[in-house]
Ligand binder design. Structure first.
Ligand code: DQA
Length: 224
């Protein structure tokens, strides 16, 4: 998968959702940590959209607990439909994370190095540092923070613009209601991935638009 242009990922724990996502999404984000039997779902997948595999750790807002979490991700990287792997920046900075990154790179798949803050938005300087670190460890550096004020959204967009202007590939979004519109406008500042559930009842983060809405918003803003 190529992140040279914006990729809209339909976030789901059920690969059976793929036909419903196809009309609007460019990819599926398969949340292995929320899925039943994720490896067998992957092995029997025969959809058209490429998959970003995510097995989010509990300590980063997901549901995957320790035993086997990274091994499952390494196995997912062997599935041909899996065209990108999402790993937490904090994991990539550990020896186990370095090992998984080597594994994934051997399969010639890009790594999305992600950072989440479910409570706040770090300072502008810290946002830039985090994005730089994430885009150094991953092919794409991703930052999802929680905006409490509109100033937070501006800081995130500023960091997105500044780091992408240095030639790095980034993806950013502000979670929650205050930052919701960032999901539509961040692509204009250089963000290369957006996430939305097929069904709004199955949101994988606070403040997500449903897939059809985010597709429309992003496309309309881009074509103006
Ligand atoms: O990291 C992200 C971004 C996200 O948290 C969001 O805010 O849309 C949704 C997650 O599924 C994905 O892994």
């Amino acid at each position: 998968m190529n992140f040279d242009t914006f990729v809209l990922a339909a976030a789901t724990a059920t690969l059976d959702d793929e036909p419903a996502a196809r009309e609007h999404a460019d990819a599926i984000e398969f949340r292995m940590d929320l899925a039943e039997d994720p490896l067998s779902q992957l092995r029997t997948y025969d959809g058209e959209l490429p998959i970003i595999a995510t097995n989010r750790a509990e300590w980063e807002g997901g549901e995957a607990s320790r035993p086997g979490r990274l091994d499952a991700l390494a196995e997912a990287a062997q599935v041909s439909a899996v065209e990108a792997i999402d790993v937490e920046l904090h994991t990539l900075e550990t020896p186990e994370g370095v090992a998984i990154a080597e594994n994934v790179r051997a399969a010639e798949i890009p790594i999305i190095a992600s950072v989440h803050d479910f409570e706040r938005t770090p300072s502008s300087a810290d946002l830039r540092k985090l994005l730089r670190r994430a885009s150094k460890h991953g092919d794409i550096g991703k930052l999802a923070v929680t905006a409490q004020t509109s100033r937070d959204v501006l800081d995130l967009l500023g960091a997105t613009q500044a780091i992408s202007a240095t030639g790095r590939t980034v993806a950013t979004m502000a979670m929650g209601e205050v930052g919701r519109h960032s999901r539509a406008v961040a692509p204009l500042y250089g963000s290369r991935i957006g996430y939305a559930p097929v069904d709004p009842a199955d949101a994988t983060a606070p403040g997500q638009y449903d897939l059809a809405t985010l597709r429309t918003l992003v496309d309309q803003l881009r074509s103006e």
